[in-house]
Design a protein around this ligand. Structure first.
Ligand SMILES: [Fe+2]
Length: 248
């Protein structure tokens, strides 16, 4: 305040902004997390507290992890609508030595092909569309079916949108799938896989892209492989191994 010699109208505007951010919050909308995200605070705090040390890098939780994901079996689809490019996500959960972490829990959530999460479209998308809670097998392997998510704008109908507008910033995030991976004896990992080549991959509105998290969603045209996964051919295949750090 000393440095900028804040005026009374500026102080009033700041109070009004923070008040509006609070009033925009409810059980499914967290404007303060969004504010932290667009200021780069969430990403910085995440990175300071999760120096990866060779493990999979973390990134922001984001504002849409607001409902408990339904428990699903390996191979299930988290997509309950069927619009958008069919996709299989596979990978293994490993320790730093490359040993499998059997029984790891993977909570995943994503936007649909139009760039909306289920909680943004009640009555349009089924509840828990794009969400699933999986358990890796004895080899640490996981796989599930979904659709390729779209890039999307963060919500701009609140004070954070006004802030972006005033600072001439776009509100878009590149396409991604969220993960929270947990296993006994390991530190929980909150991260995303980003769709390689997605729009806005170089200018994420919340600064969350790390190069190591950009994943090829390879185009596959192989009817027998598609049949094996129980998915329409052709499809996209993303493989992403996750390395956890042990609890110190
Ligand atoms: Fe997201």
């Amino acid at each position: 305040m000393r440095e900028v010699e804040l005026t009374i109208p500026e102080w009033e505007q700041a109070i009004a902004f923070l008040t509006a951010a609070g009033q925009k919050c409810d059980d499914e909308r967290q404007e303060f997390i969004l504010l932290s995200d667009v200021l780069g605070v969430s990403m910085l705090v995440e990175t300071i507290n999760n120096r990866s040390g060779g493990a999979t890098e973390s990134t922001v939780l984001g504002p849409f992890h607001v409902v408990e994901s339904p428990r699903r079996q390996l191979g299930d689809s988290i997509d309950q609508v069927g619009a958008g490019p069919p996709c299989v996500v596979t990978g293994r959960v490993l320790s730093a030595s490359g040993a499998p972490v059997p029984g790891a829990s993977l909570d995943v959530w994503q936007a649909n092909d139009q760039g909306f999460y289920d909680v943004q479209q009640p009555g349009v998308q089924p509840r828990a569309n794009g969400r699933g809670l999986f358990t890796a097998d004895a080899d640490g392997a996981f796989w599930f079916r979904t659709i390729v998510p779209s890039h999307y704008p963060i919500p701009t109908d609140g004070p954070v949108g006004s802030l972006l507008n005033a600072t001439r910033r776009h509100p878009y995030r590149p396409a991604h799938i969220h993960f929270i991976v947990t296993a006994p004896g390991y530190r929980p990992l909150t991260t995303h896989i980003f769709v390689a080549g997605s729009e806005y991959i170089e200018s994420d509105a919340v600064f969350a892209v790390k190069k190591s998290l950009i994943t090829e969603f390879a185009a596959v045209d192989d009817p027998s492989l598609a049949a094996g996964y129980g998915i329409a051919n052709p499809f996209r295949l993303a493989n992403f191994d996750i390395v956890l750090r042990p609890v110190p």
